[in-house]
Design a protein around this ligand. Structure first.
Ligand code: 3PG
Length: 306
């Protein structure tokens, strides 16, 4: 019997768990849920007998692929797959997929919420600003950014985008394009980051880019901490007391922010962007369906390690 391990340090909502189990049962697959595990050994033990895995931000490294002798597919219920060692997966012939777009609205709603919180001076009782009439700069234009644009438009914001890969998409929606990252940061009141932690994006938010920011700018990061050059950000914010940074990821330099940048940053305690029942259902059920279609029909749509 095909065994699907659902290994989620951050568990799915109950409704999502019911629906995932139902989908897999219909295909006659067995399920094992490993949630809120604290030791890697727990993950390794469960992975040993798994044919397929559904994960979130769980770290799936070479060691996991080594012990999981029966493993054929790992589906990341979500967008970013920087937590999976694709090379190790390839060596073992394991197919890796994500579920693009399925949790995008949830992340986008959080991004706009953080923007509002920042523009309103962290609800501190002091007089802030409004989103209406301000410009939101989208660094990247994938599924999350497209949802941010839709929501921001409802607030009466203008959108500007810097993207290398989705220019046609942005133009087809009538969105203004920035020719460079520097231009994007120079023209935005709020910058919202939506690029993956891969290749050219790593540390792409550097001092060279940040120095162009407008007065009172708010930076929102619901992507990954790796896309920020944190040392540069801290140094920049030290001499630009008007700038705020709000992030869904606790940075490595957390203590430096606490000590020197009080009142100008906010970090969620745990990655919260996709932590909604709706996103859990969309991404979790899509992951279950992708596993069924792959195991039963060899369907490799959404494979990311081709
Ligand atoms: C993603 O890459 O899909 C988001 O960062 C959500 O991650 P999570 O599933 O760990 O909440």
């Amino acid at each position: 019997m095909t065994k699907v391990l659902i290994a989620t340090d951050k568990p799915f909502a109950e409704k999502a768990i019911t629906l995932i189990t139902m989908k897999l049962k219909q295909a006659n697959f067995q399920t094992e849920f490993l949630e809120r595990y604290t030791q890697k050994s727990e993950l390794l033990r469960s992975a040993e007998t798994a044919d397929a895995m559904i994960i979130r931000s769980d770290l799936i490294d070479q060691e996991v692929f080594e012990v999981a002798k029966n493993l054929k597919i790992v589906v990341r219920a979500g967008a970013g797959y920087d937590n999976i060692d694709l090379e190790a997966a390839g060596k073992k012939g394991v197919v890796v997929m994500n579920t693009p777009g399925q949790n995008a609205n949830a992340v986008a709603e959080l991004a706009v919420g953080l923007a509002l919180y920042g523009i309103r001076n962290m609800f501190s009782g002091t007089s802030g600003g409004e989103l209406r009439g301000r410009t939101i700069g989208l660094h990247g234009y994938g599924y999350v950014a497209r949802n941010v644009h839709r929501i921001a438009h409802g607030f009466g914001m203008d959108t500007i985008v810097f993207t290398r890969f989705s220019k046609a998409q942005a133009v087809s929606e009538g969105i203004r394009l920035a020719d460079s990252l520097e231009e994007l940061y120079a023209q935005s009141d709020v910058v919202s980051i939506h690029v993956p932690a891969r290749g050219e994006h790593i540390k792409s938010v550097s001092y060279e880019v940040l120095q162009h920011l407008k007065q009172q700018a708010v930076i929102v990061n619901t992507a990954r901490k790796e896309v920020i050059n944190e040392d540069d950000l801290v140094n920049f914010m030290r001499f630009r007391p008007d700038v705020k940074y709000l992030s869904d990821i606790i940075p490595d330099n957390h203590e430096v922010f606490e000590k020197t940048l009080q009142g100008r940053y906010y970090f969620t305690p745990k990655k919260m962007g996709a932590q909604t029942a709706e996103a859990n259902i969309n991404a979790g059920v899509a992951a279950a369906e992708q596993i069924v279609n792959f195991i039963l029909n060899g369907d490799k749509t959404f494979q990311v390690n081709k």
